[in-house]
Write a protein of this length. Sequence first.
Length: 506
Amino acid sequence: MKIRTIIIILTLGIFAGCKNVNQKIEYPVVANIKLTKTLLAVTVVADSLRVPWDIQFLDDHQIIYTEIAGQISKLNLQTGERKLLYNVPDVYQKRTLGLLGMCLSPNMKENPYVFISYTTKTSEDVFSKLVRLTLENDTLVNPEVLHTIPGSTGHNGARLTFAKDGKLLWATGDAHSKTFAQDSTSLNGKILRMNIDGSVPADNPIPGSLVYAWGFRNMQGLTVSDKGVIYTSEHGDAIEDEVNLIKPQQNYGWPQIEGMHDLPEEIAIAKKHQRTEPIRSWTPVIAPSGLKYYNSATIPEWKNSLLLVTLKSQSLRQLKLSDDGQTITDELVFLEKQFGRIRAVTVSPSGDVYLATSNQDWNPQPGFPKPNDDRILKLSPVKKAVHKPFIGVKPTTEKGNVVDGLTLYNSYCESCHKPDGKGVANVFPPLAGAEQVIGEPKKLIDIVLGGLSGEITVKGNKYDQQMPTFNFLKDEELAKILTYVRSNFGNRSSEISATEISKQRK
Ligand code: HEC
């Protein structure tokens, strides 16, 4: 062998050996975003994950993330190295259930704790657990169960974060219960506030209780601003997804009141009792998930904003806050449908934004999952674009003006029954060829006006879930939707008129 060849082989060997130590990897740019001044690059820092539900920064170059089936891992952004820290042994993972929210203690040197919220199952009952783990070198040890609360086949929340005063906040779901959210002695459908060991702080609004605020349905986002203001994002039923500003001992209304106080019954309740309105609500729904307060100079256009990521509308949204943080003054939608469902958002110590997609979950949208889903994406300023940049757009709100059947179907039915009307196996029944759709108009009108629950059989298969009511839609809108579902997906049934709907409403 020639000396030169030997040197080359040796050199290659040395470089290969050092690869994960010194070399910073360059992540490929998959998109660009243009803000008023700042240009952002979107890069993929991790892929082939399974529903990363929460992402948190451990230090300036390491992320800890959860995956829904129970894994907690660490990602080194400089080397790309991933390491499994812990596998939660008793996770019950099905549809939306599994390992959900996570947060790190604000002072990891003194209290090296990682807090997680997940669903678990004993014989027949589902529970949500809040567990504290201790980070020791590269593993998580000493799991301590801080709290166990009732769970269900859905609506288990959950997010965790620390308030400015060092107390731990846990946003819990209503576990599909009709009574929990309004019952201040139940821990479901609440913002719970606790000490780092799970005990009740002496200054909680209800003495001896973890309950800090109540009247919530299913929160998927929780964040605290630099000034200490607490915000949540929450899934509405068929309408009114929300962002709330959380204050102690306030009642946010669910299930007596949904979203804004705009119906006569809601106004009447709010007149009599203390009820707090959301600071923003969305109809048609967008399925809001992760929420993070942004205030870094790295992306100046986003200073003093809430960054909200969404599942159904598959986007990142900037909700610009007023100076006092009490109201949302503007909203811009980014990356709609580019990366599919987005579940989690966080901000690095240097002010870059990280997102986690959720396309391997139970409800993938058309065109997803892509072969390398799920992914963690990084948004950071760059000088030059390599793709035609996306810009932020104002949200479209269709509420109020009657549009065509397809648009209405996409706004109100598509997320569950799917664009092709075929539904989701075992969960959402098909509209294509279903007796309930192509049969007598009266039955179909009843379903959308009254909603559905309990076991039903559609095309020979049993379903036992809940469908919300759509009685808030105008006669004309419902007529267009029902005519659309009766004459598409291979269905060939008669039209339904606004008059028929109006008659049946009474
Ligand atoms: C949040 C999810 C969701 C949305 C949105 C939704 N549905 Fe449903 N739908 C369901 C579920 C779940 C069932 C089955 C209920 C049960 O098991 O009792 C159902 C059942 C039905 C049925 C009867 C069974 C069948 O497949 O024919 C019809 C008809 C129907 N939906 C129409 C609609 C229409 C029209 C819209 C839009 C206005 C709509 N749905 C929006 C979840 C949804």
